[in-house]
Write a new protein. Structure first.
Length: 129
């Protein structure tokens, strides 16, 4: 699926490398190439929850909210440019650290609760079709 373009901004070199590494496809799942090595621990074929699998593999902990939001926006843009499927990019912030993850949008599979009011963390979701 190729390398991704990165821009000069608030992204740390580590997070910029994640974007630059691009994506890989594995058994119908789209994974961050930098995180795909973790897929050996949990294979999509071992579960009926491809969405949960992608969220497990495709997550990064980022110290600052500004960097997490910038990463999420670029990730969302890169996914839309390179993949035909719709995606959800999710940012959760607990007040000190953010987690950014993504998954393909699949019929009958959801990762987030529909009632985000009950979440203790702040949640932002970027979706595409």
């Amino acid at each position: 699926m190729g390398d991704l373009e990165t821009h000069t901004s608030v992204l740390s070199p580590e997070i910029s490398r994640v974007l630059a590494a691009g994506f890989v496809e594995e058994q119908g799942s789209v994974l961050l190439a930098s995180q795909a090595h973790n897929s050996g621990y949990t294979r999509a074929a071992d579960t009926d929850d491809e969405t949960g699998y992608e969220c497990f593999i495709n997550h990064l902990h980022i110290k600052g909210l500004q960097e997490a939001l910038e990463f999420a926006q670029r990730l969302h843009s890169n996914l839309n440019e390179r993949c035909k499927s719709g995606f959800a990019v999710i940012v959760a912030f607990d007040g000190s650290e953010a987690t950014v993850r993504f998954h393909k949008i699949r019929p009958g599979q959801v990762w987030l609760s529909e009632d985000l009011q009950g979440c203790e963390e702040g949640i932002a979701v970027l979706t595409s079709n």
